[in-house]
Write a protein that binds this ligand. Structure first.
Ligand code: DGL
Length: 268
């Protein structure tokens, strides 16, 4: 069946996934994207697998009603904990961040890499398992405070620098040679890390890897939207104005943000 004009779903707990959407737009500008940020339930990083499964299925069920040809999971926490468990329940492709990013890390001739991520991603050992098979040591650091800073637009200045130092020092003590930005909120902290003297070449941004993988997938299926108008729709479960405001900093002006899956009563 021809799926060229069908949209691509992209989701995260909040604004973090916009770092993935940005890379997708760079790689595939003509596609129709439907972005969903579960801002009513952010952060995901401290939720249990059971809770994350409820959130993931609810979002994928919504994307199913929108007849998507693929979903890009713009959330490491879900990519690491839920995607493998639910992907057979859906008849569209579900592309996660971990595998393409781990493959990219393994293309470098290095002995060690650092990972900063949420508690749930670190606990899953998803990156560690894939990368260490290839003889590269993975030093993991969970950074539970960072998502809150990004969601509130507080991404530069002394306070965030101190928090970043606290998280990064143990990794530097282990002489890491690259650093995986293992939460989609963290690419927005790169300017703050640049100010601390860390250069761009040091970072591995999984968003770039999943965007390349999505392009490969669409080319392979012959599902590219060649004449698309690059439509972008934005939905959140929480406050639409707040999302619009925060996105300005990370993405630019978004004309319209609508509510979906916003019933407080929905568990998780
Ligand atoms: N941005 C998501 C991730 O990549 C989730 C962060 C959170 O909500 O804790 O893991």
């Amino acid at each position: 069946m021809m799926k060229n004009n069908n949209p691509i779903g992209v989701f995260d707990s909040g604004v973090g996934g916009l770092s993935v959407l940005k890379e997708l737009i760079k790689a595939l500008p003509d596609e129709h994207y439907i972005y969903f940020g579960d801002t009513l339930r952010v952060p995901y990083g401290d939720k249990s697998t059971e809770e994350l499964l409820v959130c993931t299925r609810r979002i994928l069920d919504y994307f199913k009603t929108r007849d998507v040809k693929a979903v890009v999971v713009a959330c490491n926490t879900c990519s690491a904990n839920t995607i493998e468990l639910v992907k057979d329940e859906y008849d569209f492709e579900i592309l996660g961040l971990i595998e393409p990013a781990a493959k990219y890390v393994c293309s470098f001739n290095i002995k060690s890499v650092g990972l900063i991520a949420t508690n749930a991603t670190v606990k899953s050992n998803a990156y560690k398992k894939l990368i260490e098979k290839n003889g590269i040591n993975v030093f993991q650091q969970s950074c539970p405070k960072l998502v809150k800073y990004v969601e509130s637009g507080n991404i530069q200045g002394q306070e965030i620098t101190e928090v970043l130092k606290e998280y990064l020092q143990p990794l530097f003590d282990n002489n890491i040679e690259k650093l995986i930005l293992g939460c989609t909120h963290y690419p927005f902290l790169v300017p703050a890390m640049n100010e601390m003297g860390i250069e761009n070449e040091f970072f591995i941004n999984p968003a770039v890897c999943v965007a390349a993988k999505t392009k490969e997938f669409l080319i392979d299926k012959k599902w590219l939207n060649r004449n698309g108008k690059g439509i972008r729709e934005f939905y959140v479960s929480g406050d639409t104005d707040e999302f619009k405001q925060n996105s300005k900093l990370f993405f630019g002006d978004i004309a319209e943000v609508k509510n979906v899956l916003s019933q407080e009563g929905l568990k998780c």
